[in-house]
Design a protein. Structure first.
Length: 469
């Protein structure tokens, strides 16, 4: 059994046991583990496994022919190269008859990109060829937006042709930690922040080496695997990435609105918005809105959502002026290590949200919230900017949870706590108010004394976040 993917395998096996024709779409980010899941699922079953190439239809038909003949052996004299996909699909129907066969098409996006008519032809195959069989059809691929548009877009030929969709998500910080148990809490957090919980990246971590050694190997050396990965991700969809990389770099450096990004890249806002769309569709950049004001277009911020890309860009910005002049260890000590706390701010925020969501599922908070996020705005009296990094609500019961976090070498002090309470006081009144604070390095004595004296207040250290699971 593969680590952490029991739910996906159980769903696939349940569908398999039902028998009859079934069409399933498995999708998720690069290196998230889709192929590993399919290979584990295929064990002990009759499977035609076809991994589509980023190539011509002819080359893919050669691959498909080989995959079919591997499961339905024929003599070399009888074997022939299928010249059309429909011909191959009909051969499968006629050869396997009512046998329970799993037909897997991995990297399905390559077929869509290499042949604009493939989706329409595949729709006909599902309706006229496969539907009468006992075949379990699984397509798998990325980026997520391409796959979901292909099967959920109302104008797509494949709309409503798949009975199940399985989204393979990256591991959260908790599952990531379980893959690298040798490291301490802060090291585990940084590993999560530089891999984004993607198993294919986490497995590159040398568990017998230090965090510094791993970071140098994966991001700084000339053949560093994760240094090259952002370009590979972007080029999988975008052929001319220069402007896209510029936008990503500015967002990673703190530009959060379209106006900020436009100014930083010297692009007008219309052009910036145009370039932003593919980045949003690919899940590289995400649009965030203030909780309770989701429809307020003026309250929209953008963040680099793909941690590997964010980390690589941020670290490259910090060290590129040193490359070629000093050794990699010096680059880490001078340019990388001092920047880690700053980079980890957004990562730690996401970790706090994940912690709250897990505690909410376990009903271990003061109340069960219905939604969680962040809020920002202005003080109506003074016009001063206000921010609430963590905000959870149960609108039905008029209950609110106000939160703040600190990822720094210093402990959270009483001023941080008072600032949180003051912000909460200036927001909409809720009948029941609760508070939570997170800190990487703990809390000063006065904070501990005050918080521990109130039932509606909770404090959580980074070590606590790794000790409850």
């Amino acid at each position: 059994m593969i680590f952490g993917r029991e739910k996906e395998l159980e769903e696939l096996n349940t569908i398999y046991e039902r028998g009859g024709f079934r069409a399933i779409c498995l999708y998720g980010k690069r290196k998230v583990g889709k192929t590993t899941i399919l290979q584990e699922f295929a064990n002990g079953k009759r499977v035609v496994y076809f991994s589509a190439l980023e190539s011509s239809g002819k080359q893919n038909l050669i691959q498909l022919s080989a995959a079919i003949y591997k499961e339905a052996p024929v003599s070399s004299e009888s074997a022939k190269l299928f010249k059309k996909y429909d011909e191959a699909f009909r051969y499968m129907r006629d050869t396997f008859a009512r046998e329970r066969i799993v037909f897997i098409i991995d990297d399905f996006q390559n077929l869509l990109s290499s042949d604009k008519d493939f989706a329409a032809g595949f729709k006909k195959a599902i309706d006229n060829v496969f539907r009468s069989t006992n075949i379990m059809l699984i397509i798998s691929g990325s980026p997520e937006k391409i796959m979901t548009d292909a099967i959920n877009g109302e104008k797509s030929p494949l709309y409503k042709k798949f009975s199940a969709q399985i989204h393979v998500e990256p591991f959260n910080y908790m599952w990531t930690a379980m893959m690298v148990p040798e490291f301490g809490p802060e090291e585990k957090a940084i590993i999560y922040g530089m891999t984004g919980g993607i198993p294919g990246y986490i497995t590159r971590i040398d568990r017998n080496a230090s965090l510094k050694e791993n970071l140098v190997k994966l991001f700084l050396k000339n053949d560093a695997y994760l240094q090259a990965e952002p370009d590979a991700i972007i080029r999988s969809v975008i052929r001319e990435p220069a402007y896209y990389n510029a936008i990503i770099e500015e967002i990673a450096d703190g530009a959060a609105t379209v106006n900020d990004i436009s100014e930083a890249t010297d692009l007008d806002t219309a052009t910036t918005s145009t370039y932003m769309k593919p980045l949003l569709n690919m899940g590289i950049v995400k649009k965030h809105t203030a909780l309770t004001e989701e429809n307020n277009r003026k309250k929209t911020l953008y963040k680099v959502e793909d941690y590997v890309i964010a980390f690589a860009h941020k670290m490259d910005m910090n060290n590129k002026y040193l490359r070629g002049t000093v050794d990699f260890d010096t680059i880490y000590d001078v340019a990388i290590a001092p920047a880690l706390d700053y980079y980890m701010q957004d990562v730690f925020h996401d970790m706090c949200i994940q912690y709250l969501e897990e505690k909410n599922r376990q009903r271990e908070l003061h109340f069960k919230f219905e939604r969680v996020g962040r809020w920002w705005g202005k003080d109506k009296k003074t016009g001063k900017a206000m921010e609430l990094p963590l905000f959870a609500l149960n609108d039905s019961d008029e209950k609110a949870l106000y939160g703040k976090f600190k990822y720094a070498s210093e402990k959270m002090d009483i001023e941080d706590v008072f600032d949180l309470m003051e912000t909460a006081k200036k927001m909409k009144e809720y009948d029941n108010k609760f508070y939570i604070v997170f800190s990487k390095n703990g809390f000063t004595d006065d904070v501990t004394e005050i918080i521990d004296g109130y039932k509606n207040f909770k404090r959580v250290t980074l070590e606590d976040m790794y000790s409850f699971f």
